[in-house]
Ligand binder design. Structure first.
Ligand SMILES: [Zn+2]
Length: 423
């Protein structure tokens, strides 16, 4: 009997499209919880508002016939059975916590796109070979509790559950207490959940797709990052009596290195990034020659090899500028996040789906972290980007077009179906 149904449904699968209006309506409804006057959302992790958001998403999941599992860090998994439930599920997800001045789409889109995929499969009575699951991860934003990407990080064993539980907010409240208070300490061990493939749909949070007038970003990976503290030691002296030739001006020397940071990024295109975002000038006085300058350096690129080349370049620049200026300069690596390429099969599945659906698309890299980074350590993973207005996110004015929201979800649907198998 199943053979008969299969022959009838097979052509329909190719023509399957999600219901964009329903997805948009769900996004707008979820955005009411913690809505800000400027049109954004403030739904910090493990607050009462987060609980209300979680409750609403789980209600939608149960209405769609999904079974719900919560793990000990509060990650939620909403499961649609497949024909062969011994297969590891094809999972999609993201997060529903936001920044204090967050938008409606960051994270929320990835979770609700998953719910919409399930609703679409239900509408058309389509079974998949492997089960399908939608996940939300606890505290992706890291705004209230550090570290960021907490739920997916515990799941991927990047750090322990105890470490996450012990994290405290500025009022001294712990993750464990707040998770317990909102009723989201589940029973499953984090990481005990199998993953066949992981996809995450997300707004780009950058300007590249919009600048290239493309609908879909086929994400090939997430940039590797090295963070440094750099200190130039000079000598404070009076700005008036000290002639130019006899100064040890730490700021003037530091600015040469700051220019180097940007030049190094330009020398490693197209994904090289170099940023000085934090500068401390000592003593920071109008009429004193700066005696010490400490500044941050953020270097990024698409592969570890390229990040290492940029690392070698900045260290060489420090040595050269120190020798030329005669001032001691120290550079210290304070954080390192390896580049995370996504699985070729997942990248191709996203690209194929975009092509098949007739959406303009281009390869993209993610400059920001996502839960998918941790999932990529555990299973084949990939991401789908859609443009957001002016590339802006982590801002109440964050915006995305309904047609892009729909397109990204259609790509997700077809990429998931390819991986889950429709017999
Ligand atoms: Zn996000």
């Amino acid at each position: 009997m199943s053979t008969v149904i299969d022959r009838k449904t097979q052509p329909a699968v190719e023509n399957l499209r999600i219901n964009g209006e329903r997805l948009w309506a769900s996004l707008m409804e979820l955005a009411q919880i913690g809505a800000t006057p400027k049109g954004g959302v403030c739904r910090l992790t493990l607050t009462d508002l987060d609980r209300q958001g979680r409750d609403l998403v789980l209600k939608w999941a149960r209405d769609a016939g999904l079974t719900v599992t919560i793990d000990k860090i509060g990650n939620g998994f909403m499961r649609r059975a497949g024909r062969n439930n011994k297969l590891a599920p094809i999972i999609t997800g993201s997060h529903i916590d936001t920044q204090p001045t967050g938008g409606k789409f960051d994270g929320n889109y990835g979770v609700l796109a998953g719910i919409e995929v399930v609703r679409t499969l239900n509408d058309h009575g389509i079974e998949t070979e492997a089960p399908i699951e939608v996940a939300f991860w606890t505290n992706e934003e890291g705004s209230r509790f550090v570290p960021v990407m907490m739920g997916s990080g515990v799941f991927a064993k990047a750090f322990t559950l105890e470490h996450a539980y012990a994290a405290k907010d500025t009022e001294g409240k712990s993750v464990k207490d707040e998770l317990t208070r909102i009723g989201y300490v589940g029973t499953e061990e984090p990481g005990a959940h199998p993953i066949g493939t992981y996809f995450e749909t997300h707004i780009e949070q950058g300007p590249v797709l919009e600048d290239n007038d493309k609908t879909i970003g086929v994400v090939t990976g997430v940039l590797g990052i090295k963070w440094y503290d750099c200190t130039v030691n000079g000598m404070e002296a009076h700005a008036g009596p000290t002639p130019m030739a006899l100064r040890k001006d730490a700021l003037q020397v530091a600015t040469r290195l700051m220019q180097e940071v940007v030049a190094i990024a330009h020398r490693h295109p197209p994904h090289g990034r170099g940023t000085v975002g934090m500068v401390q000038v000592h003593p920071n006085s109008r009429n004193v020659i700066p005696g010490r300058v400490k500044f941050s350096i953020d270097l990024r690129n698409a592969t570890d090899e390229l990040v290492d080349k940029m690392d070698a370049d900045i260290r060489a620049a420090v040595a050269r500028v120190s020798q030329e200026s005669g001032l001691p300069i120290s550079i210290e690596l304070v954080s390192h996040y390896p580049a995370q390429p996504f699985h070729p099969e997942c990248v191709q599945a996203v690209g194929r789906a975009a092509e098949k659906l007739g959406y303009s698309n281009m390869p993209a890299v993610s400059g920001a972290g996502h839960d998918a980074v941790y999932m990529a350590r555990l299973a084949p993973a990939g991401m789908i980007f859609i443009p957001c207005k002016d590339g802006i996110s982590h801002n109440e004015i964050e915006d995305a077009k309904p047609e892009h929201i729909t397109a990204g979800c259609n790509v997700l649907l077809h990429a998931m179906l390819e991986r889950a198998g429709v017999v």
